[in-house]
Design a protein around this ligand. Structure first.
Ligand code: LRY
Length: 228
């Protein structure tokens, strides 16, 4: 197994992302959030945007899973080979990209994209953000190093479950012959523990650690007696 993946094994990866128009969308802010997560035990950081990734690289020693988002529908997570190579150039150890079977904006298949990354950035690993077990099978076939459950509930193939999509997680773990990162709506520590029991290599948590506006809404809804 790749030594960097060994470093991540059994650990928590924290996704530190702010979205367009949000006050925390600032490389220095997101880097501080990432540093705070590492201080709490995060073995890796997942982050978005070339500026954030470059700034984080200057101060973080833990592996970084990098991505860019282009738009917010269809294939938007590191959609093209050019995007993947730009992420790789920031020094991220892992490039996360859309791992669905949907057509990609540059017309390349996932396998072509992986081959292009291998050719230009041979040291970088590839995480496929999948939305179904068929995606995970195809991503494995395409040579991706890590299978993520990131897009379960967002690509149209699976319902958006309230918490993690346990049925999908079990199915992906069952077919995988490589690390599975459980990501997506892991909102509580018990769910992260459950993901590990079900065979995750690592668990990625974003919103529940690093998105204060959503966290505030959860509490605000509770205080006001809404069901949100
Ligand atoms: C679907 C999509 O675009 N997911 C993104 C992928 O990078 C992020 O917006 C999520 O915050 C991340 O996956 C972590 O998940 P959660 O925030 O649920 O813990």
């Amino acid at each position: 197994m790749h030594p960097m993946l060994e470093r991540l094994r059994g650990g928590l990866i924290v996704s530190c992302q702010a979205y367009p128009g949000e006050p925390m969308l600032d490389p220095r802010t997101m880097t501080q959030v990432a540093q705070a997560a590492v201080a709490g035990g995060a073995v890796g950081i997942r982050a978005k945007g070339l500026d954030d990734l470059r700034t984080m690289r200057t101060v973080l020693d833990v592996p970084i899973i990098g991505l860019v988002k282009v738009g917010d529908e269809g294939v938007y997570i590191t959609p093209t080979l050019a995007d993947a190579l730009a992420v790789a150039r920031t020094g991220a150890e892992i490039v996360a990209l859309d791992g669905t079977r949907r057509p990609r904006p540059d017309g390349r298949t996932l396998a072509d994209t992986v081959a292009g990354i291998r050719a230009a950035a041979p040291d970088v690993l590839v995480m496929a953000d999948c939305g179904s077990v068929a995606d995970a099978e195809a991503a494995q076939e395409a040579g991706c190093d890590v299978l993520g459950t990131t897009l379960a509930g967002y690509s149209g193939e699976r319902p958006k479950t309230q918490g993690p999509d346990w049925d999908l997680i079990d199915a992906v773990v069952a077919i995988a012959d490589r690390p599975v990162f459980v990501e997506g709506r892991v909102h509580r520590p018990e769910q992260a523990a459950e993901a590990m029991r079900r065979g995750a290599w690592a668990v990625v948590v974003g919103t529940a650690i690093t998105h204060p506006t959503t966290l505030t809404r959860w509490f605000d809804d509770a205080v006001r007696g809404h069901h949100g």
